[in-house]
Design a protein around this ligand. Structure first.
Ligand code: URA
Length: 208
């Protein structure tokens, strides 16, 4: 089965489980990941907001518009990446997701990652960063590539500020764009590392 078909099956599986998932009262509350199943870049946010819940698409509200505009500005087509969230239903009043909610949705996000096998995961905000890099501060590591041993595999994580934070502060917005501008160079570097098979070891912070 190809990746797109596996993702469709996964979405069906999530919908069939809605009754055991926190925050979901019906299947239609779920906002699935979307994008190119063969994407090299996967972006993971926090949870859907009001606009996302209405349209049933991730990152389509104000912060989503900034995210998609920034991707375009750095030469990445939003439809060529894959965009998902830690929690797949909007928390009431857009409050932070609880550890229990994150845990309940975790197996499904993990399966998404397993299917996609992206070259790099861009985490948006501290909740998705915390999934891979639990002991760091976003203000200190945003825009730094991290090689992480996760579930027995070496993967590359690029932590970024959440676009909502960039909307809130002009200074953060400048960093947000500067971090996105590094992606192409980072992908080239990862490609070279793969060829020379230099991918052993545990957590490592690589500065660009
Ligand atoms: N914020 C997120 O973290 N995810 C979305 O899908 C929308 C806003």
């Amino acid at each position: 089965m190809d990746k797109a078909a596996l993702l469709e099956d996964l979405q069906q599986e999530i919908e069939n489980s809605y009754h055991i998932l926190p925050l979901a009262t019906k299947k239609e509350d779920l906002v699935h990941g979307e994008g190119d199943a063969s994407a090299k870049i996967m972006l993971i946010g926090e949870a859907p907001g009001k606009d996302e819940a209405i349209q049933r698409r991730p990152f389509v509200g104000r912060s989503g518009k900034l995210l998609r505009k920034t991707l375009t500005e750095v030469g990445l087509k939003p439809e060529k990446v894959f965009i998902s969230n830690i929690v797949k239903v909007r928390p009431p009043e857009n409050r932070d997701p609880t550890p229990e909610e994150i845990e309940a949705y975790r197996p499904f996000l993990n399966k998404e990652i397993e299917i996609l096998q992206p070259e790099i995961i861009v985490t948006l905000g501290r909740f998705s960063m915390g999934k891979f890099l639990p002991d760091v501060k976003i203000s200190q590591v945003h825009g730094h590539l991290h090689k992480v041993n996760w579930e027995g595999k070496n993967i590359f994580i690029l932590p970024m500020y959440h676009p909502a934070a960039a909307l809130y502060s002009g200074k953060t917005k400048i960093s947000f764009l500067a971090d996105f501008q590094k992606i192409e160079k980072i992908l080239d570097w990862i490609g070279q590392q793969k060829q020379t098979k230099k991918l052993k070891g545990n957590i490592e912070e690589i500065l660009f």
